[in-house]
Design a protein around this ligand. Sequence first.
Ligand code: GSH
Length: 217
Amino acid sequence: MAELTLIVGNKNYSSWSMRAWVALKATGQAFDEEVIPLDEPTTKAAILKHSPSGRVPALKHRDLVVWDSLAICEYLAETFPEARLWPAEKNARAIARSVSAEMHAGFAALRSHLPMNVRASYSNRGVTPEVQADILRIQAIWHDCRRRFGGEGPFLFGEFGAADCMFAPVVSRFRTYKIELEAESQAYADAVWAHPAVQEYVTAATNEPWIIEKYEF
Ligand SMILES: N[C@@H](CCC(=O)N[C@@H](CS)C(=O)NCC(=O)O)C(=O)O
């Protein structure tokens, strides 16, 4: 049994779980996982056995429980500094935290109109003016980070890190709903999608048996 266990929702639908799972995978640490199917009568009680918030993801490390995807990223970055989940340079790190927090707290229109459904593919759906504004803001964030800090690699701050984990579900949504992006944003999205940790998550999501009808169109 590994010292680390991540409790997640269905990988296909749980965007918050995806962030923590990809971040943990990117540390290279061995971990166990427990998938709790969402939206079932037993879901809440099953999650509450592990996570005091009643929400996933939750990370167990020995006798410690950390919940909330961003808190988990912070904990992983502190516990496994060799994984370099945050940029080494202070200003870059501050911006990485700013854009991660913005993603964590915002983009409600995108989240509600374009729910994550990793294995699905839909055209011409859900892009209200509010969603379009979110899409433009996300591309502006990506452009700014790539321009100022992305010189050493294809990701927001060069190397793959926590900020990329926070945006990985957005990349999935953009693919599912065939959102047309500027070339630079598309190149970034492709790099995230091709990352081995993201690909492993996508394969697992695609092979899951559960269907949540309200997220299927
Ligand atoms: N801010 C939290 C949000 C977590 C969250 O809303 N998780 C959803 C699944 S994606 C959940 O646990 N839903 C279960 C429920 O409400 O019963 C985080 O970043 O981890």
